[in-house]
Ligand binder design. Structure first.
Ligand SMILES: Nc1ncnc2c1ncn2[C@@H]1O[C@H](COP(=O)(O)OP(=O)(O)O)[C@@H](O)[C@H]1O
Ligand SMILES: [Mg+2]
Length: 335
């Protein structure tokens, strides 16, 4: 119940004492040191991530189609599902930019997550901009991924507004070290990206339950649009979800990785995307720093001279190391 009492909320200055990882140290000591260059393309391009995940039997939202060239835009309807919604996203986008979440369609009208209807022409213009590179890193030409709409698991309905919440897990050499759930709000337009105004909820690695929550880096206790008390948030299938996240290390070979998962009402946990440069706001959401956890894993790995366990075992190790938000457990005490 760390942050649920207002006066217990952990301030940024206190966070520093708790081993918060800063941007420079993340870039030098973790990303450069632990992420081999050849691993980047498989995570920087969402299409490649999807195809690779298939080889590793890691479930992702169904791929309906890919539009590579402007000339294909005229016939984009061929990729749309006969019924229900779909999502258009740039393969090389980030931060929710260029993602169009369509809930339903009627003739040549499309209903956005925000409730706004757009017409065929607007949708085609969006595709054209996307392929030209409007939303990609460095403005390079991109491709449009069309994928099926995730229908969020029931238990999250009261905690999200017009969008699917996602769960970010930081994976260090295959061990989950910190997790956060991001809840979309009216501000974030059906997307669960913090910069768009989504809420970040720190998640207990052992229980899969909420620790505390932030929106725009400030404490928040109820969802501003649904009124639900955020401390009641709890994620089912938590062990399975963490094992899926941990498996992304084996898939990419990246030592420091952010895995974003969603829980579909029917399909369960799915991998949405991977990030080789995951943001640091997860520490604010959890009210604690990453550094002691990363060091604990380093120590554990040294003691074992390189773990060979499968991902479910790595999840159990991490849960023992980081239970009750305490990072001081001796790695040698772990069974
Ligand atoms: N298939 C989908 N169904 C429903 N919502 C989605 C889908 N894909 C993405 N979203 C929403 O958009 C957000 C951003 O998508 P993501 O694939 O993570 O791209 P980005 O790299 O821009 O963050 C997700 O957190 C989710 O809320
Ligand atoms: Mg994302």
């Amino acid at each position: 119940m760390l942050g649920w009492l207002k006066n217990n909320f952990i301030s940024p200055s206190k966070l520093r004492q708790l081993g918060i990882l800063g941007l420079n140290e993340r870039n030098v000591a973790y990303i450069s040191a632990h992420n081999p260059r050849q691993g980047f393309p498989s995570v920087d391009d969402k299409l490649q991530t999807k195809l690779l995940a298939k080889d590793y039997k890691i479930a992702t939202p169904a791929l309906l189609g890919v539009i590579h060239h402007q000339a294909e835009i005229a016939k984009f309807e061929r990729y749309l599902p006969a019924q229900g919604g779909f999502v258009i996203k740039p393969a090389k986008g980030s931060g929710g930019k260029g993602i169009l979440v369509i809930q339903a369609s009627s003739e040549d009208q499309y209903l956005k997550a925000s409730g706004e209807w757009i017409n065929r022409q607007t949708l085609q213009r969006h595709l054209s901009n996307l392929i030209s590179g409007l939303y990609s890193l460095g403005g390079n030409p991109d491709v449009a991924i069309i994928e099926s709409l995730i229908v969020s698991a029931k238990e999250f309905i009261d905690f999200t507004f017009e969008g699917v919440p996602d769960i970010r897990v930081i994976i260090y050499h295959g061990y989950p070290v910190m997790a956060m759930m991001r809840l979309s709000t009216r501000d974030s337009d059906g997307k669960a990206n913090l910069h768009q105004g989504a809420i970040g909820v720190g998640i207990d690695l052992v229980q899969g339950t909420a620790i505390q929550a932030v929106q725009h880096d400030r404490p928040v206790f109820v969802h501003p649009d649904t009124g639900s008390a955020l401390h009641k948030l709890s994620i089912k299938n938590w062990q399975h979800l963490l094992a899926l996240a941990a498996a992304c290390y084996d898939m990419t070979g990246l030592g420091y990785l952010g895995a974003d998962l969603v829980v579909d009402a029917e399909l369960g946990p799915l991998l949405l995307e991977l990030n080789a440069r995951p943001g640091l706001a997860i520490q604010m959401a959890n009210g604690t720093g990453l550094k002691p956890r990363l060091k604990a894993i380093d120590q554990y790995r040294e003691d074992l001279r390189g773990p060979t366990e499968v991902c479910t075992a790595r999840v159990k190790v991490a849960q023992q190391l980081f239970s009750n938000q305490v990072c001081s457990v001796s790695p040698l005490n772990v069974e």
